[in-house]
Design a protein around this ligand. Structure first.
Ligand SMILES: Cc1cc2nc3c(=O)[nH]c(=O)nc-3n(C[C@H](O)[C@H](O)[C@H](O)COP(=O)(O)O)c2cc1C
Length: 275
């Protein structure tokens, strides 16, 4: 393994890189390993053509049966970004980033084809179809994230865009059968407020071989990771209760969903019965 990739591995896991292993010295892998969410942006416009480049990367992702049941909505208007920021828990980076992308699961295009050919799409109301749109949109978005990062841009996903789904649907004038999966801020990272690479769980807790088995040392490894994350946040002058406490809090109450507890109803109202 090259010295650079060894360093990137160490940064991601806060653990020594394996002595040997098929970790090729590859720029794409280095870009992936250096990912960090960016929540502070410069007031600097993106070069012409950036959106089209990111979209080409996004459209290059695999798509379930090549249905391409997703669309991208780009928001640059400061007032619209400000309104969306308010709908997404007041997250300031949505206002700050020059480009805000809304990744949509979109069955309206194929529905228009169905109407043209006078066909009833009987598979469409099922949960699997809804998932297909959400998965396609997510794969496309992640390709765009990697492309953006390779161009020196920063991004952060905005799941809070689902806090108030109906208001987002109204703001963006989304027709039936179109659902905003999440938003994504894109811009130049503010070097005065740098984001750091956040360590992840050790591979041994994530990887199962052949059949699923809980790691015999799961608790010790999680305790270690808790300490690593506490240290990570402390380096940034922030406090963290550690990964396990933080994750439990994130799922402990319905209130933490900030409106997303009404998502199923809103999704159904958008024309997805989720059968
Ligand atoms: C689907 C999704 C939704 C997210 N929503 C938000 C969000 O609303 N606000 C935010 O600041 N970060 C959001 N994030 C970013 C995560 O908090 C972040 O990816 C995670 O803490 C890991 O940090 P890293 O991306 O810097 O490695 C979201 C991430 C994903 C994948």
């Amino acid at each position: 393994m090259s010295a650079t990739n060894s360093r990137l591995w160490q940064q991601r896991y806060r653990d020594h890189a394996p002595e040997q292993g098929a970790f090729a010295a590859d720029e794409v892998i280095a870009t992936l390993l250096e990912h960090r969410s960016v929540r502070a942006y410069l007031d600097r416009p993106l070069p012409a053509g950036t959106l089209e480049t990111l979209l080409a990367a996004a459209q290059s992702a695999a798509s379930s049966s090549n249905l391409q049941v997703w669309s991208l909505l780009a928001v640059e208007d400061p007032q619209r970004k400000a309104r969306l920021a308010e709908l997404a828990n007041g997250q300031a980076h949505i206002r700050q980033a020059p480009l805000f992308l809304v990744w949509l699961a979109d069955f309206s295009r194929i529905q228009r084809q169905a109407e043209r050919h006078d066909i009833d799409l009987q598979a469409l109301p099922y949960l699997d179809s809804f998932l297909m749109g959400a998965i396609d949109a997510a794969l496309a978005a992640q390709n765009a994230v990697t492309a953006a990062e390779s161009l020196g841009l920063g991004t952060v996903y905005i799941g809070a865009l689902r806090n108030n789904l109906q208001a987002v649907v109204d703001e963006l004038r989304l027709p039936p059968l179109v659902y905003p999966v999440f938003g994504l801020c894109v811009g130049y990272p503010d070097a005065d407020k740098p984001a750091q690479v956040k360590p992840r769980l050790p591979q041994s807790l994530i990887l199962h071989r052949e059949t699923y088995a809980v790691h015999p040392e799961e608790q010790r490894l999680i305790d270690d990771y808790d300490r690593t994350l506490i240290e990570f946040y402390a380096e940034q002058g922030q406090q963290s209760p550690g990964w396990s406490r933080q994750s439990l809090e994130r799922l402990r109450t319905v209130a933490i969903l900030h409106g997303r507890e009404r998502l199923a109803a809103a999704v159904k109202a958008q024309g997805f019965p989720l059968r």
